[in-house]
Design a protein around this ligand. Structure first.
Ligand code: CIR
Length: 253
């Protein structure tokens, strides 16, 4: 059964890491309600929620995506680029241990899952403040037996690769091409974010639809005009924490 790792909102989410945004107060009760609606959207698509125990002391712990890459064959536990986030991985490894052979990114490699875009057997890894070439090399080595192509690429002005580009169709990407070079994605049809919404490239593509923040209405309309089936969620609070729809779950079968 398809599954989604999920972790609760921390009551300290307002103390989250921020790189490109100014700090704004986060309404924790609203964040919890919005996260529940996100979970329900996953459930409506047939995903079984695998709940990682709460970590109230870790402000960014809702953002499970950054802690692990789960593939059919193995899982790679990351070493998050932000030191405050490193304790998040322990509980994730405990939950996944019975399900996958685990590998670990070792220092001085650093890796956030938000920098990993996987489409079938191709894996792009953004070289960002949070992820480096040493980690790309480690991912390549761990996956060598399984036939994946792993590509490291520079990104600019955004937190993660998946802030700049995500999949929205079988061979369609949603992209902010001022943050990532579209030349890395030959053969894909590209939909550009609306210029008024630079942060709008993060969509979660599942079962032919995308879970997408209604907080980016212009880009949402562009997706619909392109024939993408959009399931809107309100992410006002997650966006204040520099998060998006992909970061709040880890999808695996
Ligand atoms: C951070 O800066 O690490 C968190 N405040 C946001 C992480 C968002 N994760 C993601 O996009 N994969």
């Amino acid at each position: 059964m398809p599954s989604a790792l999920i972790r609760p909102v921390s009551p300290r989410m307002g103390e989250c890491e921020l790189t490109h945004l100014d700090r704004q107060p986060i309404d924790i009760a609203l964040a919890i309600t919005q996260h529940r609606a996100y979970e329900q959207t996953l459930e409506s698509l047939g995903y079984n929620l695998v709940r990682v125990p709460a970590a109230p002391e870790l402000p960014d712990s809702i953002f499970v995506e950054d802690t692990v890459l789960v593939l059919d064959e193995v899982a790679i536990i990351t070493l998050p680029g932000a030191e405050s986030r490193r304790p998040e991985t322990k509980a994730i490894a405990t939950v996944l241990e019975p399900l996958r052979k685990l590998h670990y990114i070792e220092a001085p490699g650093i890796l956030d899952g938000g920098d990993i875009l996987r489409i079938n057997k191709k894996i792009w890894i953004g070289l960002s403040h949070r992820s480096n070439q040493l980690a790309v090399d480690q991912v390549q080595a761990h996956l060598a037996p399984y036939g994946y192509q792993v590509i490291g690429l520079e990104i600019a002005e955004c937190l993660h690769l998946k802030s700049a580009v995500t999949q929205v169709g079988e061979s369609t990407l949603l992209i902010n091409s001022t943050w990532v070079d579209p030349g890395f994605f030959p053969g894909f049809q590209l939909i550009e974010v609306d210029p008024a919404e630079p942060g709008a490239a993060n969509a979660l593509y599942l079962n032919g639809s995308v879970i997408y923040p209604l907080n980016y209405p212009k880009t949402m309309q562009k997706l619909r005009n392109a024939g993408v089936s959009v399931l809107p969620v309100n992410q006002s609070e997650v966006i204040k924490a520099e998060g998006g729809v992909t970061c709040c779950s880890v999808i695996f079968v």
